[in-house]
Design a protein around this ligand. Sequence first.
Ligand code: SAH
Ligand code: SF4
Length: 383
Amino acid sequence: MLLEEGLAVIEGGGEAVLGRDDLADCLRRGPSVDEPLFRAASAVLSRTVGPWVFVRGIVEMTNACRKNCYYCGLRSDHSALPRYSMPFEEIAAAIESGWAAGLRSFLLQSGELLGEPHIALVEKVLRWADESWGDSVRMVLSTGELPRAALERLKAAGGGRYLLRIETSDPVLYAKLHPRDGLHRFEERIQCLRNLRKGGWQAGSGVLIGVPWQTEESLAGDLLFLRDFGIDMCGMGPWIEHSGTPLYASRHEAPSRERRVSLTLRMIALLRILMPDINLSATTALQTLTPTGLERGLAAGANVFMPNLTPTRYRLDYNLYEGKTVVPDRIEDVLDRMSARCAAMGRTVVPGEVGDPLHFTKAPPVYSPPGEEGVGDHDDQVH
Ligand code: SAH
Ligand code: SF4
């Protein structure tokens, strides 16, 4: 079947298998593939996760990191970067500000640190959130590869979701993006993702899109990896240059920024088609490369966005890539603006929903925001 025919079948609710070659072909095509692709993805989205947009408030608790990934501004060799670590009280206050604005899901993100003070701090935050709000809140961690014992401790303290991007499913490309020093091992990263799954976490992953030397075949392999692993959530975004990192020197080997945005949107759409019931976010990196990144990400098939709750004075130092803007905004105002932008495209932001991925719970969503009927009231909207 031709790619366009397959996409039309999917849009109409039928089955069409997109294999590795179709996926790579779709990523390689000119702009004419976008319309049928996004239409198919958006039809899949309406039939499964529906029009709802979940919100996670991000707290970037420390920018210290033991690793040295070639693409990342937080790498330990980036000595020009002032390092900070938020104390418990500030982390709790940031989360409370989100709670007061109606958010019910929070993401703690940081560099990778294995020391006891860091693990104990994450554990303390999780326990505090659990004691304060119990099942009314979902805490998400994105704190790198942690040993199993630490993961068990954090799960027991109230952790439920974990995001660990594999960055690429291609071991050869992985080796080009990371130092060969024993700290950055592809197999260990995958094993950590497996441990998360075995440990009962809602497991999220994702990849970097448009890094130097990455091919469309490699990205197609990423999509198949994510599907075959059976992730519950995904955040994947464009690579953004950072002049303080080794990968900057190879920036001419990467696609243009415009092309990285286009590839990211197509990756989102294809993953929505391959994995209809996962949670998929419109990432900050996508929004950094294009001012309409939120709308374009959602239109391609994303159903999550993550406003930043990190205090303004730390934000610029959480410098994964360049171009991050820091506007001192109240979370209430950010939510209002985002809700209006989503409403303008027929999507409804539901900040008060914990938003467990349907892929994990296998239960249809049943929330009814004020004045709306719940998606769960309509059997025909659920696969
Ligand atoms: N240290 C943890 C979590 C924080 S980094 C970890 O690595 O898992 C979160 C993500 O930021 C990484 O997974 C990576 O995909 C992304 N990232 C790092 N540098 C980036 C860059 N230059 N452009 C875009 N994304 C980047
Ligand atoms: Fe550290 Fe994560 Fe950046 Fe790698 S991507 S250097 S682990 S913060």
